[in-house]
Ligand binder design. Structure first.
Ligand SMILES: Cc1ncc(COP(=O)(O)O)c(C=O)c1O
Length: 367
């Protein structure tokens, strides 16, 4: 039997008729860039995320770039980022010419540790960029308090946690301006690249809207050299249809995650994901820290079980950041996670029996 790491087949099968009807309407509409589809999705996502504004952009990396640009973060500035994250969180900072400064994670939640942020603040720090990694909300209360105390901006990277909460408030609604990715495998995924910026600040929203569209508010008049980073109208329509199902899909993810936690409990060779106080997760990924991780991954592969590693090398050790001069051992918590983490299959529509097969295989491996 083959158990894929991820499949959108079940989600898309149930929406096939709706998506095909939309495609017909879209095809005949003769309107393919910005316009009604993008505006309708932006309104729907802002309402879902409980923010005043949502501005659709081309992808999650551009969303972070645009968010930081809107805050006028640039060369000479420092932005505090997690040492344990996907490199895109750092790339957004680099793209505006600022410097990413890593902060180690809480060893239990694997998200940026609010207790370690203060020590990393310098006279150049302009912003904190918490990432709700693997679907779990960061401890946003302490992060917002620190930011207020030091007069820093907060940009949430909400690529992986659509629908997660800290103390009941949604991720992507805390920061001054935040980035979202709708990459196809995300909890809310397009059928191609897509992203958005969320904010409650009208001036920042205005800037993002202009900057994503050549720096132009009025056609053929440009206030600044902006990007072409518009959310594709076809993807916007697809995302609006899928958004209505996000809550159910997140519930399905939670059921699968709880079963994993139950069935993997007590294996001393594994560290299971732990939720922080007041933090919820939408289980974008089910990540465990495993002894003999590479052997376990190969063993599962032999049994037809697909797994992935998120992520094998932390950003500070990537060739892309060699100029920052970091050395191995400098961020040991992130490095340890990279060496031991393994993501197990989890997606809406995955049969519960597959969790049983996977967990039995893991138990067999550790004997
Ligand atoms: C944490 C995080 N930040 C940013 C991104 C960038 O998103 P995109 O691939 O849409 O550019 C991703 C996703 O790939 C991500 O996982």
């Amino acid at each position: 039997m083959q158990i894929p790491f991820f499949s959108s087949a079940s989600m898309h099968q149930s929406l096939k008729m709706e998506l095909e009807a939309f495609w017909q309407k879209f095809y005949d509409s003769n309107w393919y860039v910005l316009g009604p589809e993008v505006e309708a999705f932006e309104a729907a996502y802002a309402s879902f995320n409980q923010t005043r504004f949502c501005i659709g952009v081309a992808n999650g990396l551009d969303a972070l770039h645009i968010a930081l640009k809107a805050l006028r973060v640039g060369p000479g500035d420092e932005v505090l980022v997690p040492s344990n994250t996907y490199i895109a969180s750092w790339l957004g900072v680099s793209q505006v010419g600022a410097t990413p400064v890593p902060v180690e994670p809480n060893p239990h939640t694997w998200n940026i540790d609010p207790q370690r942020i203060e020590a990393a603040i310098t006279a150049r720090t302009r912003a904190i960029l918490p990432v709700h990694l693997y679907g779990q909300a960061c401890e946003m209360g302490p992060i917002m308090e620190l930011a207020a105390r030091y007069n820093l901006a907060v940009v949430e990277d909400n690529a992986q946690a659509h629908g997660a909460c800290w103390q009941g408030k949604l991720t992507g609604s805390f920061g001054h301006i935040n980035g979202v990715s709708f990459y196809p495998t995300k909890n809310l995924g397009a059928l191609g690249d897509a992203g958005a910026v969320t904010t409650n600040d009208p001036a920042l929203a205005d800037f993002a809207k202009m900057y994503r569209n050549y720096g132009s508010k009025q056609r053929y008049f440009n206030e600044m050299p902006g990007l072409n980073s518009r959310l594709d109208a076809l993807q916007a329509g697809i995302l609006r249809i899928k958004l209505a199902h996000l809550a159910n899909w997140n519930t399905e993810r939670e059921v699968l995650a709880k079963l994993y936690l139950e069935q993997l409990g007590g294996i001393e060779h594994l560290r299971l994901p732990t939720l922080g106080i007041d933090c919820s997760s939408v289980w974008h990924l089910f990540v465990v820290l495993a002894e003999r991780r590479d052997d376990l991954q190969a063993y599962l592969q032999k049994r037809g079980i697909g797994t992935l590693i998120h992520y094998p090398l932390p950003p500070h050790l990537q060739e892309a950041y060699v100029d920052l001069g970091f050395k191995g051992g400098q961020f040991p918590l992130a490095e340890n996670i990279a060496q031991r983490c393994l993501s197990l299959p989890l997606y809406p529509g995955m049969p519960l029996e597959h969790v049983e097969i996977i967990t039995a295989a893991i138990r067999d491996f550790y004997g």
